[in-house]
Ligand binder design. Structure first.
Ligand SMILES: CC(C)(COP(=O)(O)OP(=O)(O)OC[C@H]1O[C@@H](n2cnc3c(N)ncnc32)[C@H](O)[C@@H]1OP(=O)(O)O)[C@@H](O)C(=O)NCCC(=O)NCCS
Length: 163
């Protein structure tokens, strides 16, 4: 994709709060993206308990989403996902930047997240923002045939990488 097309794609991206009516569209993206997807109930619970749940729209259609929880002055990025057709065009970077910017704007001083060591695209994305690996949670993720560890990453806010 040319730089001009990528620019116009990124300018067309919109963010808004996630609604319960978005969950079916989200589940399609989620099931396609992960071997062990979240259930519909988890998304509904995240909305219900007031986590920061956002969808990313392109021409009015949900193409991605991000979910964060806040505790004290720490944000926890719980899920970030982009529709397969839109990946590797800068949209995930835009979504993460939006989420971190929002977290900082409401007083969060750092962000944490977990990632599977096998998730190379996500690790590249996080490290390009300056996230630093600060720990490992043994057997954190479901896996086949065995559970997989999580790498825990931390980033002080505000983040300094532009989107
Ligand atoms: C991880 C994810 C959100 C990245 O979204 P994306 O829109 O493809 O990412 P971007 O195009 O904005 O890329 C941002 C950076 O991510 C990295 N990246 C993205 N795809 C990559 C790939 N396939 N291989 C290596 N690095 C990759 C690059 O460092 C890229 O930076 P660059 O453009 O300077 O090279 C997307 O792959 C996704 O939704 N995956 C499925 C769900 C998931 O695994 N979520 C993370 C759970 S922890």
């Amino acid at each position: 994709m040319s730089a001009k097309l990528k620019d116009s794609l990124l300018q067309s991206v919109r963010f808004r709060e996630m609604l319960p009516t978005d969950v079916p569209a989200i589940m399609e993206i989620e099931r396609d993206a992960y071997s062990f997807p979240w259930s519909e109930g988890i998304f509904r619970d995240c909305i219900r308990v007031g986590y920061t749940c956002r969808v990313l729209e392109l021409r009015g259609i949900v193409h991605g989403y991000g979910i964060m929880s806040f505790a004290a002055d720490e944000a926890h990025v719980l899920n970030i996902c982009i529709h397969r057709d839109l990946r590797e065009q800068g949209v995930g970077r835009r979504l993460l930047s939006y989420l971190l910017g929002y977290a900082h704007s409401v007083g969060m001083n750092c962000a944490y997240l977990e990632v599977r060591p096998s998730n190379v695209p996500a690790i590249h994305l996080y490290e390009s923002f300056g996230f630093i690996r600060v720990g490992i949670r043994k057997g954190y993720y479901q896996g086949s045939p065995t559970r997989e560890d999580a790498w825990v990453y931390r980033l002080p806010l505000p983040h300094s990488v532009a989107d």
